[in-house]
Design a protein around this ligand. Structure first.
Ligand code: B12
Length: 252
């Protein structure tokens, strides 16, 4: 189904890069009009409407994953482009982020309610100096849904806090998120800090966030890089299975 929503069509008009335009358009091409409405409400920052439509969508049988991908994340993609191109500014992005959270409140219990025995403990946090947490929180929801116990250290997390959490919880996996090119190096600094206290061999470290790449992850000595929440879960599962270890670093 092509994008039929007039507001979304005009929002797509802001996306001047053709491949970016094609990618975002493809998120809505197959999407139900209700998903498109959720995206519109998120872009407008209408948290009450996102809250109401997400509830309605779940009641009508849409899966949490569909609502997340075709409604919430697709809307956030437009917000990201407009922010980058100076069409909107921090206050508008914060309002959109609040609307995203309103939708995620309904989705989280579903993604987290696997009811299976914990398969391991993962420490997750956004690195020092970085306040972005939407992507990290999505990863956490999916990890919990897959049966992991997750300790969330929040944002602006120092190397010392990561080390303390791994030690206190005897966690085998650590996940770090960064959204700013200026804070990405703090992932490498955290890995170095684990080496300094001689704990590097006891924890598998995965990294993610929009500006990262496999190459960057390899350069700083991470054990794995994931491009989205699904690859985050795949990495954590692979780390739990040491026999598959050699093939782990490039799940994306
Ligand atoms: C929302 C947002 C904000 C919000 C954050 C709200 C919040 N609670 O998170 C606010 C308004 C606070 C904000 C502030 C700033 N922001 Co900002 N922000 C964004 C925006 C629009 C969306 C980010 C987002 O949530 N994406 C959606 C999520 C779902 O995607 P994601 O985070 O990439 O996560 C996915 C994957 O990367 C992966 N993943 C994430 N973490 C991990 C971890 C692991 C282990 C794994 C395996 C995978 C994984 O899985 C996730 C799910 O699929 C981006 C633009 C963009 N397109 O990314 C800019 C952006 C990141 N921000 C940017 C900037 C510049 C800033 C500010 C410096 C602006 C300013 N002048 O103050 C401040 C910095 C504040 C700080 N110290 O951190 C720039 C960064 C540019 C750069 N090259 O560094 C961007 C790219 C916008 C731009 N193009 O200019 N921002």
């Amino acid at each position: 189904m092509p994008v039929t929503n007039e507001v979304l069509e005009s929002e797509l008009g802001h996306v001047t890069n053709p491949s970016e335009q094609q990618h975002i358009r493809s998120l809505w091409d197959e999407a139900d009009p209700l998903m498109q409405d959720i995206s519109v409400s998120l872009i407008k920052g209408d948290n009450n409407r996102v809250d109401q439509l997400t509830k309605e969508a779940l009641e009508s049988g849409f899966t949490a994953n569909t609502i997340l991908d075709e409604g919430l994340i697709a809307g956030m993609a437009i917000v990201g482009v407009k922010f980058r191109d100076n069409l909107i500014f921090v206050p508008e992005v914060l309002v959109a982020a609040r609307a995203m959270k309103a939708g995620m409140t309904h989705i989280e219990p579903i993604l987290s309610a696997s009811g299976i025995e914990p398969i391991g403990t993962v420490i997750m946090g956004t690195v020092k100096g970085d306040l972005h947490d939407i992507g990290k929180n999505l990863c956490i929801m999916m990890l919990r849904g897959a049966g992991f116990t997750v300790i969330d250290l929040g944002v602006d997390t120092s190397p010392e806090e990561f080390i303390e959490a791994v030690e206190d919880n005897e966690a085998g996996v650590l996940g770090m998120s960064a959204l700013l090119t200026t804070t990405m190096p703090n992932m490498g600094r955290t890995i170095d800090a684990f080496e300094e206290v001689e704990m590097r061999d006891f924890v598998k470290i995965m990294v993610g966030g929009a500006p990262l790449s496999q190459e960057f992850a390899d350069d700083m000595g991470a054990d794995g890089y994931g491009k989205d929440a699904i690859s985050c879960v795949d990495l954590a599962k692979a780390f739990m299975n040491p026999e598959a270890e050699h093939s782990v670093s490039s799940i994306a």
